[in-house]
Design a protein around this ligand. Sequence first.
Ligand code: E4P
Length: 216
Amino acid sequence: MQFFLDTANLDQIKKFSDWGVVDGVTTNPTLISKENVSQEDRIKEIAKIVNGPISSEVIATDYEGMVIEGRKMAKWHKNIYVKLPTTEAGIRALTTLKKDGIKVNMTLVFSAGQALLLAKAGADLISPFVGRLDDIAEDGMALIAEIVAMYSNYNFDTKILVASIRHPRHVIDAAMLGAHVATMPADVLEKLIKHPLTDKGLAQFLADFEKVKNIQ
Ligand code: E4P
């Protein structure tokens, strides 16, 4: 399973890259706006730190605008995945950008029907938003299960990037289902390493060693 960081913050990206677990980065206009930087500059900075897929989202909502922006972004770095919304204009832009050989991540996926259509159209990645479905009392992980089953029935090349992850359980469930990628905020990645019994056990080991340290 690949782990992507869902952030545009360089400190977070550097920190977790040092852990050796960051395969890629996803950004969106909200994450870029939190950093108060130019999208192009930030994406290029991220590409210097992480050698893997980096998603950069278009702002245009019309077909022509998405294609222009997507082509421009694809020139920023070889690892750019142009992120397009799952709309009628978005699926047309996906088809055009794929003909150019540009990698595409289709975002804001909320149904199995959307996921099926996007795989047929040749998306490289699709991003189903599990947390936002859970937020409206739907079952985000049930959607992932449906998409995994559909894609494996037909051997689609499209990879499932589980997005809008809120907690470590989402990551575990996505892995149990065999999703290809989980993109998560820094706090979720950090929580994956923590366990109170690890801290308690370590404190006990150190306390016990303290009792005999004079005879070492
Ligand atoms: C995915 O690529 C998106 O950036 C992200 O996962 C959205 O998550 P949110 O629902 O926490 O905003």
